[in-house]
Design a binder for this molecule. Structure first.
Ligand SMILES: [Cu+2]
Length: 148
């Protein structure tokens, strides 16, 4: 009887662990969907330990020499504070220059931003820079785009 009771509780523990693991996986995928889910695809996603950024170019694909906008979702991770502001810029690191225009960023609430007035004036590698202003400084995430 004792051995049997032991078996039963061992099985019970196994099921419990599997159920908890399943809940954690569901929570993780729900969070991943939640960031930027308001943005129609296609979207790009970048992240560091503290922040996840999902963004979409309008229009997509980005054309050389044409103004474009970015719809951006900023999602703090692991208890990081929501940024107080977002700055957006872009550079060509291989050519050591930036854009000829300064984009304007509007906060739309709930971690959603719109950056207007970007232009990649030549083809090649561009890095889009997202500077998150937080209480403890500025945190930069960047995303590389190759423009034909
Ligand atoms: Cu260049």
């Amino acid at each position: 009887m004792d051995a049997r009771a032991g078996e039963v509780s061992a099985v019970g523990a196994g099921v419990g662990t599997a159920a908890i693991a399943g809940v954690l996986m569901l929570a993780a995928s729900a969070d991943a969907r939640a960031c930027g889910e308001a943005l129609p695809p296609p979207t790009d996603r970048i992240a560091n330990a503290r922040y996840e950024i999902v963004f979409a170019a309008r229009p997509d694909p980005i054309a050389t020499g044409k103004h474009f906008s970015l719809d951006i979702a900023v999602c703090p991770r692991d208890g990081a504070p929501a940024p107080t502001a977002l700055r957006v810029d872009a550079v060509m690191p291989e050519h050591r220059h930036g854009m000829n225009y300064r984009p304007e960023v509007m906060a739309r609430g709930a971690g959603i931003y719109r950056a207007d007035g970007l232009m990649f004036h030549m083809p090649g590698r561009w890095d889009i820079l997202f500077d998150l202003v937080t209480g403890s400084g500025t945190e930069r995430l960047s995303a590389t785009k190759r423009i034909e």
